[in-house]
Design a protein. Structure first.
Ligand code: DOR
Length: 444
């Protein structure tokens, strides 16, 4: 007797091949995978031959709770996640108050366990004075350092503090790599006229490629000096890919986000403030270098940096525009659509979005459809290209920079811990995910 059987699915195997069959789940785990399961189950899903994937792990989201829940809260962010096939997320500390000590971590864990339909984990945020907390707060998937300022108050940009953080402890350090000094300097020269209405595209000049490269080089040097586990978040430039291609120590990993793969400075013309984010979108040719970095294994995984702001907040004049766009629910369809266009394979997507993030953060039993693994699954429709509109967005932000695109691969059913949480376009109430566990000292 099973709790759930997903029948007649095209099951994604780790090597990117598929197998027609059934998946039986009990006690939150995948217990059996076979061509046909004879047992009974409390619930069953007819896969109708659709592609069944391991649930996506999104290792970088901002869900705004506590502090700005009109943009998103943990519950609404998790609902958006499962609608997009994301069954586990790692959330950033730049809320208000920020997640910089055990008290805030405990608050978030409790709140998430009461409201999140997906599995959850949280970063602890670095300040210039919370060194002790950084390595003692549990459970934390890693330490987040904003080397350049972005949304919220977290910033560590001086050598003394960075040295201290990199030299104490073993836990993974994830960096937002933009150089604060260069941001300030370019802000004062490029945005000196208070009476000008600047085009939003100037954002990509203020925080230019060199702004990202300087900070990435600095983080790499620190990691090498102290042998410290380093993960570079949302790598955005071809130059950084080249830098890492030439020298990527074994303790260093990095990620890219769909916004830097699928958007470019051309999008400012039609989307304006919507596509303002940190690090900014780049020239069109840059995306090819990021894709190449993914294919060559220089870039390890894909995250979204889901960063919801309301459209009203976004539409003020630059530079008051908040940076960031929602994305947790569109990453899988964007990547599956790219797969249909021949830009990547199913094996790549499994590696970059499921197995890779689980291995990188040392999350046990996730990211694969295999017996004994957690029953986090998503059944996707590869037959229908669906037009995305702002009204379809589940995130409280209520809009997407990908509106107007026809995307293939939208989830039909999402399963978290062996329970159906999303089906027929609706999220089932009263089901909650689990806190994730980590061993973030390990390397890939
Ligand atoms: O554009 C961004 N927005 N980049 C970040 O790193 C932070 C994020 C946010 O929290 O709004």
């Amino acid at each position: 007797m099973y709790d759930l059987i997903v029948r007649n699915a095209s099951i994604a195997c780790n090597d990117g091949s598929t197998m027609a069959g059934d998946v039986g789940c009990r006690d939150g785990r995948i217990q059996e995978i076979s061509a046909s399961i004879n047992s009974q189950s409390s619930e069953s899903v007819d896969g109708n031959g659709h592609l069944l994937l391991p649930g996506v792990i999104d290792p970088q989201v901002h869900f705004r709770e506590p502090g700005a829940t009109h943009k998103e809260d943990l519950g609404s962010g998790a609902r958006a996640a499962v609608r997009g096939g994301v069954t586990s997320f790692l959330e950033m500390p730049n809320c208000n108050p920020p997640t910089i000590d055990q008290t805030q971590m405990d608050w978030k864990l409790k709140r998430a366990s009461e409201t999140c339909v997906a599995n959850f984990g949280f970063f602890v945020g670095a300040t210039k004075s919370n060194l002790e907390s950084l390595n003692n707060v549990h459970p934390a998937c890693g330490i987040k350092i904003f080397m350049g300022s972005s949304t919220g108050s977290l910033l560590v940009d001086d050598d003394t503090s960075l040295d201290k953080i990199f030299s104490h402890g073993q836990r993974l350090i994830a960096v937002h790599a933009e150089d604060e000094y260069r941001i300030k300097q370019r802000t004062s020269t490029l945005l000196s006229d208070n009476n000008t209405t600047y085009d939003y595209s100037i954002h990509s000049q203020v925080r230019d490629s060199e702004t990202a490269c300087i900070a990435t080089r600095r983080a790499l040097e620190l990691s090498e000096r102290y042998g410290r586990r380093l993960h570079i978040l949302h790598l955005s430039t071809g130059e950084e890919v080249e830098l890492l291609r030439q020298n990527k120590p074994s303790q260093v990993t990095c990620e890219v986000i769909p916004n830097h793969l699928f958007l470019s400075t051309e999008d400012y013309k039609t989307q304006g403030a919507r596509v303002v984010m940190n690090p900014p979108i780049r020239e069109p040719a840059n995306a090819d270098q990021l894709w190449q970095g993914l294919h060559d294994g220089v870039i390890d995984i894909i995250a979204t940096d889901h960063a919801p702001h309301t459209l009203a907040e976004k539409s003020v004049n630059y530079p008051a525009t908040p940076s960031g766009m929602p994305g947790v629910e569109t990453s899988l369809p964007l990547m599956l659509t790219a797969m249909t266009e021949g830009r990547c394979t199913l094996a790549d997507i499994l590696n970059w979005m499921c197995r890779g993030p689980a291995q990188l953060y040392g999350i046990p039993n996730k990211g694969q459809i295999a017996e004994g693994f957690d029953a986090d699954l998503t059944l996707v429709d590869m037959q229908t290209a669906q037009l995305l509109q702002d009204e379809d967005v589940v995130s409280r932000a209520g809009w997407s920079a990908y509106r107007g695109r026809r995307l293939t691969g939208w989830p039909l059913v999402t399963v978290v811990g062996g329970r159906v949480v999303y089906a027929d376009g609706a999220i089932r109430p009263g089901i909650f995910g689990q806190p994730l566990t980590f061993d973030s000292t390990q390397t890939l």
